[in-house]
Design a protein around this ligand. Structure first.
Ligand code: GLN
Ligand code: ZN
Length: 760
């Protein structure tokens, strides 16, 4: 039985690519040096897979920035603004790589391509921009010579028969793109001849097969007759070129389109994800063709956990359902780019794990998962008994569902709101901020020293408290109404809480790519989550801050759904139950803050929307437990306590009911870059709680003037939502800005608000 891979981490074991890229952009590393580092990262990945005896290695997703951008450029889909004279003058682009980085990062005066989440992962891809003109002239600009070189290198290294060329398919390219005056169907149609040329070139290299990656096929958009017809036409043409085609799908099952996708013409293999969605059920119902290979994605490419027993039973179930004539290959469910490379360097995490041994469950990164794949294939090859027991992976304990009674505030909004913040009762448009203040070098240094035990706890707290005192002074001086402590003790809004709770593991080198040269190191949930010894996590800093001022200071927490979505979850417990555990832990914290006299508590949920399942039909279930986990955390607050939630986005039309159901007293959102139309939209939602649409773009170095702020304030004033409910705040935390920018901007924000108040 063959082991096939469909993508591998491309950042280098020691984050080599990040370092070289950043030096290159600064001008301190040559073009040649960058390419040579990139080459060695590419070969290291290739050798990892070859040495693990992977039979057929997926090659081609190696990238300097983003694989979607790679294909955008290779297919010739260069947006007009990167072809204009103005661009040429500004960027003086001499080679394709410079054009590539210009599209990724922008140049002064010309914006980069937008970023979007790669389906529901925490990776972000660049968004192709396609209009009729770009599309119809793409053929004159397409150029995949860099890709052919990559494949050629791999062929030389491991042999053509072990190389499977990874290609991003036309349906997914179209689905990822921002389209102007063309449809997805137009894009796919126009790209057919270009792809045919590409496939022909790949065929000439004699590789074993082409993997056409089409994760978009799991989306409902594509489960229509129109796409059935189009896909039949496309794959019949692609199939006739001669190179065997493996249609690779992941992140969910094929849903309603399963019966026709597996019977598309021209395919040699189909790869399915058996770790998400329910492809197994679809095979049971509709069968699987005998004459094509089934790429069985049984090893979860997005999880750091492996459950050997579960994977074995999954394989057996698949085997029992397909014809004995059907060839099966053992595969990861998707690319391994979503997990770190090697767990063996994580001595501390592994030691900790060994003290809580769990049957059949182990911590595995990409290299270890390759070994698992090989071990499975060997074991299964000797295994003629196809039918074994099948076990369900998540053993749900019903007691994990919180009691309904714990989910409700003691008093409904209308009755409790008048009890809150009496000092602001006559203040229209109160002002505040979202939590963090500038993360100074000094503060970072002190946190690091404390972590390394180079300074005492006392010394550390003194530095934190000095910073808090300064923050409070600045805010009072500027004249803000509700203050924050500034979050100097937090390097990260997830890690800070995870470190104070039981049930998490941390890595020293567990990096995964977020986008371009930005990598993150998510905590790993290993067991039941609870506050360590039930001790408060944020109360000390709140108390210090509140002791410096008579104005209300916000308590500041990260919400349960965001902590879950920005960590690696467990696999032996449902996401829902993990969210409830974190919710219960935060409930203790809300209670402790409340008891310490905190009258405003903000619980940030910027990742709530990100966790939305890809399939619309699965969303209401997710939103239902998300809302309940949030309410579990917050509903314990006394009626006098003002509960806020914060999101870093303003497009929540499709989750508005869930947001309303969170039953908060105030909603803050990112909004400074939206216009009046957005507020009109909110008007139509008829929001009941207080509302704080951000007025300051915290990602920009520009300091908004009083007039800039007044524009936003007038739109708010003219909005039909109740005026007493509006707050004036920045879009998000200010940790990436410097003090000078923050002080000037917030002063203008307060002055503008006072002008508005005086005019009312
Ligand atoms: N309170 C956090 C901060 O101010 C919120 C961060 C976020 O929403 N991403 O930094
Ligand atoms: Zn935010």
């Amino acid at each position: 039985m063959k082991v096939v891979t469909i993508g591998y981490p491309r950042i280098g074991l020691r984050r080599e690519l990040k370092k070289s890229l950043e030096l290159y952009w600064k001008g301190s590393c040559s073009f040649e040096k960058l390419l040579s580092v990139s080459q060695s990262v590419f070969f290291e990945a290739l050798r990892d897979q070859a040495n693990a005896e992977v039979d057929v290695v997926g090659v081609g997703s190696h990238t300097l920035y983003d694989h979607v951008l790679d294909w955008t450029l290779r297919l010739g889909l260069i947006p007009k603004r990167f072809r204009s004279e103005e661009f040429q003058q500004k960027a003086a682009v001499e080679n394709r790589l410079q054009l590539y980085f210009a599209m990724a990062r922008g140049v002064p005066g010309i914006a980069a391509l937008d970023m979007t989440k790669w389906f529901n992962t925490n990776y972000h891809n660049l968004t192709p921009e396609i209009d009729q003109e770009t599309l119809s002239t793409a053929v004159s600009r397409c150029d995949w010579s860099d890709y052919l070189l990559l494949i050629t290198d791999a062929v030389k290294e491991i042999g053509a028969n072990r190389v499977s060329a990874e290609v991003l398919g036309p349906f997914t390219v179209a689905q990822r793109a921002a389209l102007t005056d063309v449809s997805i169907v137009d894009v796919v149609r126009e790209l057919i001849p270009i792809y045919k040329k590409l496939l022909k070139d790949i065929h000439d290299l004699n590789v074993s097969e082409v993997q056409l990656h089409e994760p978009a096929f799991v989306l409902e958009t594509f489960h229509t007759d129109e796409f059935r017809l189009l896909a039949s036409e496309v794959f019949a043409q692609f199939g006739s070129i001669g190179v065997p085609i493996n249609l690779v799908t992941y992140f969910d099952d094929l849903g309603d389109s399963y019966p026709w996708v597996v019977n598309l013409p021209g395919l040699k293999a189909i790869s399915l994800d058996f770790t998400r969605g329910n492809n197994l059920e679809l095979i049971k119902k509709h069968g699987f063709p005998e004459n094509i290979r089934l790429g069985a994605g049984i090893v979860d490419g997005r999880s750091v956990w492996s459950n050997l027993r579960h994977q074995t039973s999954l394989y057996r179930s698949i085997k029992a359902l397909v014809s004995p004539k059907t060839e099966i290959s053992i595969q990861p469910s998707c690319s391994f780019q979503f997990i770190p490379i090697d767990v063996t360097v994580e001595k501390e995490a592994l030691e900790l794990l060994n003290s809580f041994p769990k049957k059949n469950v182990s911590l595995r990164f990409a290299r270890q998962k390759l070994k698992d794949l090989r071990a499975f294939a060997t074991e299964f090859s000797n295994d003629d008994v196809a039918i074994g027991s099948t076990i369900s992976e998540t053993s749900e304990r019903h007691s994990d569902e919180p009691d309904e009674k714990l989910l409700n505030r003691s008093v409904p909004f209308d009755e409790r709101r008048p009890l809150q913040l009496p000092e602001l009762r006559n203040v229209l448009f109160p002002t505040s901020t979202i939590g963090s203040f500038p993360q100074t070098k000094e503060m970072r240094r002190i946190r690091l020293k404390f972590r390394k035990k180079q300074i005492s706890e006392e010394e550390y707290y003194r530095a934190v408290d000095d910073y808090i005192t300064y923050c409070i002074g600045v805010q009072e001086g500027i004249g803000l109404d509700v203050l924050v402590h500034g979050e100097p003790e937090r390097s990260d809004m997830i890690e800070y809480f995870a470190e104070k709770m039981d049930g998490f593991l941390f890595t020293t080198n567990g990096w995964v790519q977020s986008y371009g040269s930005r990598y993150v190191r998510p905590p790993i949930i290993r067991g039941d989550v609870a506050r360590r010894n039930n001790k408060p996590m944020t109360v000390r800093e709140f108390v210090v801050a509140q002791s410096k001022t008579s104005q209300p200071v916000k308590g500041m927490l990260t919400g349960p759904v965001t902590i879950l979505n920005w960590s690696f979850p467990r696999k032996d417990l449902s996401l829902k139950s993990q969210a409830f555990q974190i919710g219960a832990a935060l409930r203790g914290e809300v209670k402790d803050l409340d008891d310490a006299g905190c009258r405003v508590i903000q619980v940030d949920e910027p990742a709530l929307r990100e966790g939305l399942p890809l399939r619309i039909s699965r969303r209401s279930e997710y939103l239902s437990w998300s809302v309940r986990a949030f309410r579990l955390a917050t509903s314990i607050a006394r009626p006098e306590t003002h509960i806020i939630t914060h999101f870093c986005y303003s497009d929540f039309g499709d989750i508005i009911d869930a947001i309303k159901a969170m039953d908060v007293d105030q909603i803050t959102i990112e909004n400074s870059r939206s216009d009046d139309a957005m507020l009109k939209e909110f008007e139509s939602y008829g929001l009941v709680p207080d509302f704080a649409p951000g007025v300051y773009d915290v990602h920009s170095t520009v300091i908004p003037t009083v007039n800039d702020f007044l524009k936003h304030l007038h739109s708010m004033k003219n909005c039909k939502l109740r005026n007493e409910g509006f707050w004036v705040v920045p879009d998000c935390g200010l940790k990436t800005r410097n003090w000078k920018e923050v002080i000037r901007s917030l002063r203008n924000l307060v002055n503008a608000t006072e002008l508005l108040r005086n005019s009312l």
